[in-house]
Design a protein around this ligand. Structure first.
Ligand code: SF4
Ligand code: SF4
Length: 399
């Protein structure tokens, strides 16, 4: 009898050891494929192969389901500016869903929604994309919100992201002057309708705290699938005032954190430099560890460009705050306006969370005493007129 008890005990321990070994060997998968331009046939084929690398779109989408596509629609600019997800990506994903018998919807909350969502849909060519495939555009600003509590913070998030059978996030690969990059995790900030986004910048002005907010939102929105448009990306001072950069890539994954880790590697960031990836990894929402990611398709080292420009304030962002405070009088970076480009549209004035931009003079002016350096004005200026003004020292050691 004792013999059998010991035997069963030993087999149980053996079973548990094997299971835990297998679990630790399970890696997040990220599909990484080349797609040189936005020719619809090519995009369609690469999008299909991307989904096939993850088991096929049919693994996630079933006939009769209502599926919401969530592209990055930051501002009312044409796709050639690389600020928003390209409409061809949306068309390709929509058609493949329709082939499976799904009904397709498209929605996102733009950054500066003060000037109208329809203008954003038209200028980003999302209206054309919706017409082409017979999809319905959803206005997140008027769809109502659900209250979601995460880590003691209350988030009021657009209902459609929770009401559809399936959500597929379609982020754009770009740099970002506040969070260094924007990809899968940051794309879910589109769940916050309209100017409410500014409240989070006001309440969480430090990049790390704001990144934790992004991860909070990411943890509840939970799209089932991510497909990233990295054919034309943005380098430099993104997410709206950088320069378009052709990478010719499409990424796909069910793990948005892993996808961002791979995207960050392509842009030339070192592991651990992107706060959203680090925080989300620590919370077990995905993996940011490249050793734990199986990249299917191209090798990261082979697609990584030699000359990708990261944000010009990267050094400032990555330097510990106590050091910055010590050298602050000599080392500062702040928003300023290029008069030649400013059209006096007042988007920056309306979206500044601290009401520190005044519209009283010919062009807006800043009260730097109240500025929290959230760089919303830089992000949302539709003309790229807000630039990062730097002290002498910041210009010399800033990159
Ligand atoms: S700086 Fe940009 S956002 Fe502000 S008023 Fe000028 S054009 Fe508009
Ligand atoms: S001026 Fe610009 S950077 Fe400063 S608080 Fe306002 S939006 Fe943020």
């Amino acid at each position: 009898m004792i013999y059998w008890v010991l035997f069963l005990l030993a087999r149980s321990v053996e079973f548990l050891l094997i299971a835990s070994e297998e679990m630790s060997e399970m890696k997040s998968q990220v599909s990484l494929l080349r797609c040189k331009d936005y020719r619809l046939e090519d995009v369609h084929e690469v999008v299909k192969r991307s989904f096939d690398n993850l088991g096929g779109l049919g693994t996630f989408a079933k006939s009769g389901q209502r599926v919401l596509l969530n592209p990055n629609l930051l501002s009312a600019k044409g796709p050639e500016r690389a600020i928003t997800t390209h409409p061809t990506i949306v068309i390709a994903v929509a058609r493949q869903l329709q082939e499976l018998g799904c009904e397709v919807f498209i929605g996102d909350s733009p950054g500066g929604a003060t000037q109208g969502v329809k203008r954003v849909w038209n200028n980003t060519q999302m209206s054309d994309a919706a017409t082409t495939v017979g999809a319905t555009l959803i206005n997140f600003e008027t769809s109502g919100v659900y209250d979601k509590s995460v880590n003691g913070n209350l988030y009021r998030l657009s209902k459609p992201l929770f009401d559809f059978d399936l959500v597929i996030s379609l982020p754009k690969l770009k740099t970002h002057v506040l969070t260094l990059m924007t990809g899968a995790v940051k794309n879910n900030f589109g769940a916050v309708p309209g100017v409410r986004k500014a409240e989070y910048h006001k309440n969480f002005p430090k990049a790390n705290d704001f990144s934790a907010v992004l991860v909070d939102i990411f943890s509840v929105v939970k799209p089932a699938l991510y497909l990233m448009d990295a054919i034309l990306s943005m380098e430099g001072d993104g997410p709206s005032s950088g320069e378009p950069k052709t990478l010719g890539l499409i990424l796909a994954s069910t793990d948005g954190v892993a996808m961002d880790a791979v995207a960050a590697g392509i842009m030339g960031f070192k592991p651990g430099q992107i706060p959203t990836t680090t925080i989300a990894s620590e919370r077990g929402l995905g993996t940011g560890d490249l050793d734990q990611i199986e990249i299917i398709g191209e090798r990261l080292s082979e697609v990584k460009p030699k000359d990708f420009k990261t944000p010009s304030n990267k050094f400032w962002k990555l330097t510990p705050r106590f050091i910055i405070r010590l050298i602050e009088p000599y080392f500062w970076i702040r928003p300023a306006i290029n008069q030649e480009l400013c059209t006096n549209c007042n988007t920056c004035v309306e979206n500044c969370p601290m009401n520190t931009i005044s519209a009283d003079s010919e062009i807006p002016t800043f009260d730097y005493e109240k500025c929290i350096n959230c760089l919303c004005c830089h992000e949302l200026c539709p003309e790229g007129a807000v630039f990062l003004e730097k002290s002498w020292l910041a210009r010399r050691i800033g990159r």
